[in-house]
Structure formats: C-alpha cells, structure tokens
Design a binder for this molecule. Structure first.
Ligand SMILES: O=C(O)CCC(=O)C(=O)O
Ligand SMILES: [Fe+2]
Length: 208
C-alpha cells in the first residue's frame, strides 16, 4: 500500500518537475520545449526519491548557547537536473546567497521547493545556477522531507543545449556524461565544489 502511494507521489512530482523544466525552456527560448523534461520522462532516467528524517536534537539548546549552528545535512549542491522538496512544517532548510550568507527557507507543508541542480547549470551554460543548500538541526520538532531528484539517463552527455547558445558562445564546461559526473560527485566530499572539476576555468560560487 505504501509502495503504491509513493509511486503515485513520484509520478505526480515528476510531472511537476517536467512542467517547471518546460517553463524554463520557454523562458530561455530553447527548442524543442521538452528538451530537458524528456530526460526525466525517459525510461532510463536516473532519477531518485529520498525521504529524510531529522529527529529533534534536544541537547542543542544547551550546546548552541554560543550561537553555533548544528548541521542536519551538510552544505552541498544537488548534482542532478532539478530537485523538488516537500517537507513538514519544520524549519531547517537554508540556501546560500551569492555572497555566502545563509538564509532560511520558511517551512510550508503545502508548497514544493524547487532546487536547480549542477546538470541544469551546465545545460544552460551557467544561466541557471545550482544553489548551495543545507539543513540545520532543530531542537524541538522533527523534520521530514521528501525529495525527488530528476536526473538524465546515465549515458546522457551533459553539455550546454545548442539552441540556447549565442553566436560565438563557448561552453564553460568540459565534456562529460551524467555517469561520469555522478561517479565523480559521489567520490568527492559533500561540500566540495564538485562541478569545479569540470569547469574549463574555475568559476567561484555566485560569480556567473
Ligand atoms: O531534507 C531536506 O530538506 C533537504 C535535503 C537535501 O538537500 C538533499 O537530500 O539533497
Ligand atoms: Fe540537496
């Protein structure tokens, strides 16, 4: 029973991700409109679904009197194309602004929170930026989140879409497949600049 409810949710959230990607393609005047969404609909799509549970960390009150943050999930960018998060009504998720400041995402159990992944950054040649995020531990309430990570088939070349490139524009990235990127990303530290290894010239965070 749970399995079929989860399958239904994943199908619905994948459809939502596809609508978002088609709107992005529209906004960037990319043709055809389904050039990104078809990667998620492909039967070989390497997408996944994760449930995260962060139990309340009651010792935090005493420990955090020095103003320290306690991390539930360390800072990182998501390697896939797009991630869709839905959580219960517990704070914790934060995103990093261009200047490195962390801001909290207000929890809303009725909303979907959409995160641009590294692969979308590459496919848009930096027009969309994958956002660094993390989750802080909460001292009172437990946080539950469900995340759909929309990824392409393993053999897909991750490269800027040709219909988006301006005349003479060059790719900011070396050539690689999703399989190569995924392997490399999971070998490196969670918080490392994992896309940096594939940039032709180093692009510091927030500098596109
Ligand atoms: O649990 C969350 O709200 C976000 C977790 C996350 O960023 C991830 O699983 O990649
Ligand atoms: Fe993430």
């Amino acid at each position: 029973m749970y399995r079929s409810a989860i399958n239904e949710y994943v199908t619905a959230v994948r459809n939502l991700a596809c609508v978002v990607l088609e709107k992005i393609a529209d906004g960037l005047t990319i043709e055809p409109k389904n050039v990104l969404s078809k990667l998620l609909r492909d039967e070989k799509s390497d997408s996944c679904f994760r449930l995260n549970h962060y139990p309340p960390c009651t010792e935090l009150e005493a420990l955090s009197s020095g103003g320290r943050n306690f991390i539930g999930f360390g800072e990182h960018t998501d390697p896939q194309i797009v991630s869709i998060i839905r959580s219960n009504n517990t704070t914790g998720l934060q995103i990093s602004l261009r200047d490195g400041a962390w801001i909290s995402v207000p929890p809303d159990q009725y909303s979907f929170f959409i995160i641009v992944g590294d692969s979308l950054q590459v496919m848009t040649n930096g027009r969309f930026r994958s956002v660094k995020h993390r989750v802080l531990a909460n001292n009172i309430k437990s946080r539950l989140s469900m995340i759909y990570f929309g990824g392409p088939p393993l053999s897909e070349n991750i490269a800027p879409l040709s219909s988006l490139m301006d005349e003479g524009e060059e790719s900011l990235y070396k050539e690689f497949t999703w399989h190569e990127y995924k392997k490399s990303a999971y070998r490196t530290r969670l918080g490392a600049d994992r896309l940096g290894l594939f940039e032709k010239k180093n692009i510091p965070y927030g500098q596109i």
